[in-house]
Ligand binder design. Structure first.
Ligand code: PGA
Length: 260
């Protein structure tokens, strides 16, 4: 069974409501032509309601970049899964390295968020990845596998591969222009898939989508997407303009086998 490629925009802390409306209005008609690809936009909380409303009748997945695993209560500044579902969110990035590093999110917190998203019916895009120092010291796999294992421990036992997405995002490649080579992407993502097979069975591993993230641009996306285990990309900088994001979506579409 072929996995459906996904191209996901991570706007990070960018765009006013007006800019989000303009972007979404330009994206929707073009994304409608990208049959066979899941197009997702992970937007600031302030834009979610509007982007989700605009995307309601389309296949575009509107989501957020973070949320908290409790549903309500005394958690000043936080937003819960039911609140997000209420305004139309369909997915959430979980454990992005910027949240882990700048906002002190531990593997435990990330795992609980991933599990809560799955239970709530919100598609989590769970990010894992190593620093430059860890890679140089030969610790890439120890770091990434530890992050994946902790998430899998927390997921409900019956979680299917379609209910969660992983993203391998080496920290040294994010926002630096220093993208991982296609071989490095395949190596890490192939090993993550093998680990998921060991932990959750081959059906899960066959179905689960694993993206690459880190300086994905129109000129390097095709080589990355050509790798056997790479199912798409999570994109920051190059997703901020519809034009370049659509070039990435188009590259993903090229990998979809045609019916003829
Ligand atoms: P980048 O960000 O494409 O700007 O490197 C990717 C990400 O942080 O998800």
């Amino acid at each position: 069974m072929a996995r459906k490629p996904m191209m996901a925009a991570n706007w990070k802390m960018n765009k006013t409501l007006r800019e989000a409306q303009e972007y979404t209005a330009a994206l929707l008609p073009r994304a409608a032509d990208a049959e066979g690809v899941d197009v997702a936009v992970f937007v600031p909380f302030t834009c979610l309601h509007e982007v989700a409303r605009m995307a309601e009748d389309s296949a575009v997945i509107a989501g957020v970049q973070n949320f908290y695993f409790e549903d309500s209560g005394a958690f000043t500044g936080e937003v819960s899964a039911p609140m997000l579902l209420d305004v139309g969110a369909r997915g959430a990035i979980v454990g992005h390295s910027e949240r882990r590093e700048l906002f002190c999110e531990t593997d435990d917190v990330v795992a609980r968020k991933a599990a809560r998203a799955v239970e709530a019916g919100l598609l989590p895009i769970v990010c894992v990845g190593e620093t430059k120092e860890e890679r140089d010291a030969g610790g890439m796999w120890e770091k990434c596998s530890g992050q994946v294992r902790r998430v899998m421990e927390e997921l409900p036992d019956d979680t299917g591969g379609e209910s969660i997405v992983f993203a391998y995002e080496p920290i040294w490649a994010i926002g630096t222009g220093d993208t991982a080579t296609p071989d490095d992407c395949q190596d890490a993502i192939g090993r993550i898939r093998e680990l998921l097979e060991e932990l959750q069975g081959d059906g899960f591993a066959e179905e689960v989508r694993i993206l690459y993230g880190g300086s994905v641009k129109p000129d390097n996306v095709a080589d990355t997407m050509a790798q056997e285990d790479v199912d798409g990309a999570l994109v920051g900088g190059a997703s901020l303009e519809v034009e370049s994001f659509m070039e990435l979506v188009e590259a993903a579409r090229q990998t979809v086998p045609s019916d003829e």
